[in-house]
Design a protein around this ligand. Sequence first.
Ligand code: 5GP
Ligand code: ZN
Length: 113
Amino acid sequence: MADGCLFCRIVRGEIPAKKVAEDEHCVAFRDINPQAPTHVLVVPREHVASLNEAKDPALVGRLALFAARIAREEGIADGGYRTVFNTNADAGQTVFHLHLHLLGGRQMGWPPG
Ligand code: 5GP
Ligand code: ZN
């Protein structure tokens, strides 16, 4: 399953992506269809399909803190930003490799659509 997974392939460098940061656990790259001036996806190197399958609190925590680091580097930390996990159909999840959306650089509406 992880073999054909789009984000596993990006993590392995088999499919090009605009990577903004990576470490031994996480990779962050720009969304191909950005919904805000900054729209970065933070993913674990390890294949986890969604938040429903996540078991390791450290893995989920690392994604959040990695997003906060990128927000600082992108210059949106003080102005504000949104971090989102879409999980399954009602949330519109389309790629089943856990990813945290980091969106910023514009005013966000609430509630989200
Ligand atoms: P989801 O809807 O699953 O929460 O988010 C998946 C995101 O992945 C979407 O925002 C979509 O634009 C992005 N995406 C889909 N395919 C690719 C790709 O090949 N490269 C990159 N960089 N982003 C992608
Ligand atoms: Zn994967």
